[in-house]
Design a protein around this ligand. Structure first.
Ligand SMILES: C[S@@+](CC[C@H](N)C(=O)[O-])C[C@H]1O[C@@H](n2cnc3c(N)ncnc32)[C@H](O)[C@@H]1O
Length: 211
């Protein structure tokens, strides 16, 4: 064990040029994510199939997902509830066709959006004054309506793994390196800065042609 560990530590652990987006690794941006090749190298070298791999600060679950793919039993925890949710979604196999599910959610959201009164009511009843000020700062009013329509569409799914997957995808369109729906610049890697030039992504710009 000691020899394997010291040979690993003296090896080249730079994985910058490697693909880190395979499997469900790239489902959501996360600031302090390991490149998957890093835990993979340690798990392969220091454990055997069936062993338990514990990551007590598991973040978005890179190590746990790698453990799972290498037939180990991954156990993780983290102080950040969004990270825990991401990790759970990334490591929960689902029999769901995302190519059907996602267009279905978007179609429902586009329909909900037609009922402006319902959407506006949801926006004004869900948030307290401070939260609403925060939302007004980061999101244009039209974006807020689209996001609320998406949330209401996601709310139609019963609590469980499919809904959690949708919630994580919802979060991923906000917390993103570039693009995204907020007025912030690079939310994935830095503190949020308002980008006055940014044109956030809009569902309505795409919904007619795609869905
Ligand atoms: C570098 S990230 C973890 C990366 C992760 N191991 C992976 O496989 O990608 C560090 C994580 O430690 C978590 N953390 C920091 N303090 C913690 C604590 N006291 N208890 C649990 N988690 C903690 C943070 O929330 C963050 O998600």
């Amino acid at each position: 064990m000691y020899e394997s560990l010291s040979s690993l530590l003296s090896s080249d652990l730079n994985f910058h040029d490697k693909n880190s987006t395979y499997s469900s690794h790239a489902i959501h941006a996360f600031a302090a994510k390991f490149p998957p090749q890093l835990p993979r190298a340690f798990i392969e070298s220091l454990t055997n199939p069936g062993d338990v791999v514990l990551d007590p600060m598991s973040g978005s679950g890179t190590t746990i997902l790698e453990a799972y793919m290498l037939n180990r039993r991954g156990v993780g925890c983290d102080i950040d509830p969004l990270a825990v949710k991401m990790a759970r979604v990334k490591t929960t196999p689902l029999e769901v066709d995302c190519f059907q599910l996602i267009p279905e959610v978007i179609r429902n959201a586009v329909n909900i959006l037609k009922d402006e009164v319902k959407v506006n009511q949801a926006i004004s009843s869900l948030f307290d004054r401070k939260t609403k000020e925060f939302i007004d700062y980061w999101f244009f009013p039209e974006t807020q309506k689209e996001l609320m329509a998406l949330l209401l569409a996601i709310d139609n799914y019963e609590k469980g793994p499919v809904r959690e997957l949708l919630e994580v995808i919802f979060s991923s369109i906000i917390v993103t390196k570039s693009g995204g729906v907020s007025r912030a610049r690079d939310l994935a890697h830095s503190r949020p800065h308002l980008d006055p030039e940014k044109k956030p992504r809009m569902l309505s710009r795409h919904s007619n042609s795609v869905y």
